[in-house]
Design a protein around this ligand. Structure first.
Ligand SMILES: [Zn+2]
Length: 135
């Protein structure tokens, strides 16, 4: 699976976003074990604190389908105003923490950016409870 293919799947997922409050549609696609794809879109709620980001939705879908070895994540913020800032394209802090724990080896592709990332670039000196993990 090429980077551009995964980004296209993230863009398609963004079209299924439920974002009536922000009008900021985001999609994500994760690649697991070289072949399985799970997607997600941001899902908002009138109780704003309950909003779910696309990245976490996609990671949850992958896990729920039994695919836990996430190799790559593509993210597409199709309503971002990149004339203002590239920062509108980046994953939020909560999603970075999720990626650190649930997809630590994933390459992170972001629609609109040439560079791809690893989580240690986006979340240096991150929090973890390694001593509490069973495995
Ligand atoms: Zn997020």
């Amino acid at each position: 699976m090429e980077k551009e293919q995964l980004i296209e799947l993230a863009k398609e997922a963004a079209l299924r976003s439920y974002s009536p409050y922000s009008n900021f549609r985001v999609g994500a696609a994760v690649l697991c074990e070289g072949e399985h794809i799970a997607t997600g879109a941001n899902i908002e709620n009138a109780s704003y604190g309950l909003c779910l980001c696309a990245e976490r939705a996609a990671i949850s879908n992958a896990h729920a389908q039994g695919h836990t070895k996430i190799e790559a994540i593509a993210l597409a913020c199709i309503d971002a105003d990149i004339q203002v800032s590239d920062h509108e394209l980046m994953p939020c802090g909560s999603c970075r923490q999720w990626i650190k724990e649930l997809a630590p080896k994933a390459t992170i592709h972001i629609a609109g950016l040439e560079e791809s990332f690893v989580i240690d670039q986006l979340l240096p000196m991150s929090f973890s409870l390694d001593s509490h993990k069973d495995t």
